[in-house]
Design a protein around this ligand. Structure first.
Ligand code: PLP
Length: 469
């Protein structure tokens, strides 16, 4: 299903314009300027095609977002119909659109108990910025202006606006940029089971993490701590699955100290873990605020949501003074075309039982990927359902990493790309977050290609003297 197609794109001309004028996000400009980018020209199902007509099985799902796969005419049609009917009107104040109202009702109906209200946006960073702004507004309204600090985790990823990147805990991502400081943000450890202290069991590790959280709250003073933000499974920070019971335990501590729990479900919502939302269905807790984006519209249009509880809404919806406004929101909050894409995405997910498919096929995917554990370079295979990764190491015993300059993740991704499969390199990891429609046969192909690629890179490393094997 990734056979070549005949296209008539002028790849060299496109690439030249791109290199000369397009500042790419998250790019190593040194090699970008030499090689330019792959021009992704067309796509269908789980396959993307470059402008030369070469097909690739997309193990990245665009960027953990094209959950329903490419080329869904129905979504394109719903967007086109809405654009013709009424492309845009602001949702500020007393205007709305049919799709914004319909989607608000639909998505809150699917969300964990009590999350009955949603503010729309156009991306995950915006959804998280919104969460923090309204948390501050909430405590101001409650007459607790000192309760402002946010506890976040090393290796958490929450986006790349100023505030969302300050919430982010991936040290690599902070290089060269400034952050909001300690007056607002406090950090605790990542719940990384693979790299937990030697000799501890998973249960002991959980006790350590919960203890660290509580100690941090007490050190800061509970009266200064507003919220805790966490992804149910860390994504860009390395597909980190916390020890069993972690989220529930931290959520209970949040309850104890009147701290709001913000679940960043930008990646995990809309089916990636087999449910529309993972917080309650998988992790047994009810966040006060839940943010989502990506799969919300299956990436057919920029769309995000910050969902809030009834109790929270009750506080922020009381006017501060006669005539005062709730001064938050964006031109494109509730954009009708984006909401139409969201509505159609959810309709298809329900009709095709995409969550059921992920619950059935996800464990197969996990098992198949785990079979790579026999390779000497593979230290850990982890994740859940359609959110998985392989951690490559120099030494399985010590878990030591290869030198950074080897760029192991990138090399393996390049080897897989040469074999027609895209996997995402993040430092020494290779991450898999494909469209949720993948069949078992496509999973087999992805895993076997990854195996061949790792073996080929292993041989190269030995030949180059980077690794003794
Ligand atoms: N939160 C999480 C968990 C993410 O993975 C991402 C993006 O990858 C974001 C937030 C930021 O989303 P966006 O890039 O749409 O702003």
């Amino acid at each position: 299903d990734t056979a070549r197609r005949n296209f008539a794109y002028d790849t060299e001309a496109i690439r030249a314009k791109d290199v000369a004028h397009h500042v790419h996000p998250w790019t190593d400009f040194a090699d970008f300027e030499k090689t330019g980018s792959m021009v992704v020209a067309e796509a269908e199902g789980a396959t993307i095609y470059d402008s030369e007509g070469q097909g690739y099985l997309d193990g990245i799902g665009g960027l953990w977002c094209v959950n329903l796969g490419y080329g869904r005419d129905e979504i394109a049609q719903a967007m086109a119909d809405q654009a013709r009917r009424m492309v845009y009107y602001s949702s500020f104040g007393h205007h709305t659109s049919v799709p914004a109202a319909e989607l608000a009702a639909k998505v809150t109906g699917l969300a964990p108990a009590g999350l009955n209200h949603v503010l729309f946006g156009t991306g995950g960073s915006m959804a998280n910025d919104t969460a923090i702004r309204i948390v501050h507004f909430y405590f101001n309204r409650l007459g607790k202006p000192r309760k402002k600090k946010i506890i976040t985790r090393h290796d958490g990823y929450h986006g790349s606006t100023y505030l969302a990147m300050s919430l982010t805990g991936v040290a690599f991502d902070h290089q060269g940029f400034d952050l909001v400081g300690e007056e607002l943000i406090a950090r605790i450890s990542a719940p990384n089971c693979y790299r937990r202290p030697a000799g501890t069991t998973e249960a002991e590790f959980l006790d350590l993490l919960a203890g660290e959280f509580e100690a941090k709250v007490l050190e800061l003073g509970p009266e200064t701590v507003a919220a805790f933000i966490a992804e149910p499974i860390m994504g860009a920070g390395g597909v980190v699955v916390a020890p069993a019971g972690y989220h529930r335990r931290i959520w209970e501590l949040c309850r104890k100290y009147e701290i709001l729990y913000i679940a960043d479900e930008v990646v995990t919502a809309f089916g990636r873990l087999g449910h529309f939302f993972a917080s309650e269905a998988v992790f047994g807790m009810q966040p006060d605020i839940l943010t989502c984006a990506k799969g919300f519209s299956s990436a057919y249009a920029p769309l995000s949501g910050t969902l809030i509880s009834d109790a929270f809404h009750e506080v922020i919806s009381v006017p501060q003074a006669p005539g005062a406004l709730f001064t938050h929101g964006f031109t494109y909050s509730g954009h009708p075309v984006c909401c139409a894409a969201g509505l159609k995405t959810i309709e298809i997910m329900e009709r095709e039982d995409i969550c059921g498919h992920v619950r059935r096929v996800g464990p197969y995917f996990e098992r198949r990927l785990k079979s790579l554990s026999d390779l000497p370079l593979v230290g850990d295979v982890r994740g859940s359902h359609f959110m998985l990764c392989v951690e490559n190491v120099a030494d399985k015993e010590t878990k030591a990493l290869l030198p950074g300059e080897v760029q192991i993740g990138k090399r393996i991704a390049a080897a897989a790309q040469a074999r027609g499969v895209l996997v995402r390199p993040i430092a020494h990891l290779n991450v898999l977050s494909p469209p949720l429609i993948l069949t078992e046969a496509q999973i087999d192909r992805m895993v076997e290609t990854l195996r061949d690629s790792i073996l080929a890179v292993q041989d190269d490393l030995v030949r180059e003297g980077h690794w003794r094997g």
